[in-house]
Design a binder for this molecule. Structure first.
Ligand SMILES: [Zn+2]
Length: 224
C-alpha cells in the first residue's frame, strides 16, 4: 500500500462512462488507455479536497480523530473516536481518564469544526483564557471520568456551551451538535477514506457514472 499525503486533494475524472478517482490527473484513462485531453467540460478533472486537516494549525476548533491510529491508517469505521478543542496556538485540549491534556502533537490528521468566525475578535482574544480556566475545573479531574457519561465529548461540548452562553446564545445538546456539525463532516470523511484506500491499493478507483445509471452515486456527492 502506497501512502498518500493525507491533506492532498484527490482527482476525479470521467471516462468510459465511469467516474475515475486517482491521486493525480492521469494522462491516459486507466481503464481504456486512451490519451486524455479533457476537451469537454464534463471530462475536466475535478479536485476532491481532503476532509482532514492538521489540527495543530487550526485555532479555536473542535477536532475529531480515532483514539488510536489515524483515519487513513488503522481506522475501520467503528473504532473509538476522541475529540478535543484547540486554543489559538495549536494546542489541543482534550479530556480522558487521565484528566485534561494539552497536546502539542498527535492531532495531525483530524476532522475539524471551526467554532469561531475570523472576525469575532473579542472572543478570539478571550479564547485561550476561557479554555484554560474551563479545563482547570474540578469536574475534569481524572477520577470524574466516565467512559459513557463524562468523557472527551462531554468536555468539548460543555466548553462550546460555555462559549455560546457567554455570547448569549442557546446551548446545544449532544445530539444536536452531532447531527448538525459532526455527522455531515464524518460522512464526507468516510467516503474519502473509501476512495483513498482503493487508490492506495489499486492506483485508482472507479464508480459507474451517475448519468449512465439513472441513479445518484453516493460517491459523487463527495464533491458537493
Ligand atoms: Zn477510458
Amino acid at each position: 500500500m502506497q501512502p498518500l499525503d493525507s491533506e492532498k486533494s484527490l482527482i476525479k475524472i470521467s471516462h468510459c462512462n465511469k467516474d475515475i478517482f486517482g491521486s493525480s490527473v492521469p494522462k491516459h484513462c486507466p481503464l481504456c488507455g486512451q490519451s486524455l485531453v479533457y476537451r469537454k467540460l464534463e471530462e475536466a478533472p475535478v479536485s476532491i479536497p481532503s476532509p482532514f486537516v492538521n489540527g495543530h494549525r487550526e485555532r479555536c476548533s473542535f477536532l475529531l480523530k480515532p483514539t488510536t491510529g489515524t483515519f487513513l491508517s488503522g481506522y475501520d469505521g467503528s473504532s473509538d473516536l476522541h475529540v478535543g478543542i484547540t486554543n489559538t496556538k495549536g494546542l489541543v485540549y482534550n479530556y480522558n481518564e487521565a484528566g485534561v491534556h494539552k497536546a502539542e502533537h498527535g492531532w495531525e490528521q483530524c476532522v475539524n469544526i471551526p467554532l469561531v468566525q475570523p472576525d469575532m475578535y473579542g472572543l478570539l482574544e478571550q479564547w485561550d483564557l476561557y479554555l484554560e480556566q474551563f479545563s482547570a475545573a474540578e469536574i475534569w479531574l481524572p477520577h470524574r471520568y466516565d467512559e459513557h457519561l463524562h468523557n472527551c465529548y462531554t468536555y468539548a461540548l460543555m466548553f462550546i456551551n460555555c462559549v455560546l452562553s457567554a455570547q448569549k446564545q442557546q446551548p446545544m445538546n449532544k445530539s444536536e451538535f452531532t447531527e448538525k456539525f459532526v455527522i455531515p463532516r464524518t460522512r464526507k470523511a468516510s467516503k474519502y477514506i473509501t476512495i483513498y484506500k482503493e487508490i492506495c491499493k489499486n492506483g485508482f478507483y472507479t464508480v459507474d457514472h451517475p448519468s449512465q445509471e439513472g441513479g445518484t452515486s453516493t460517491v459523487g456527492r463527495l464533491t458537493s
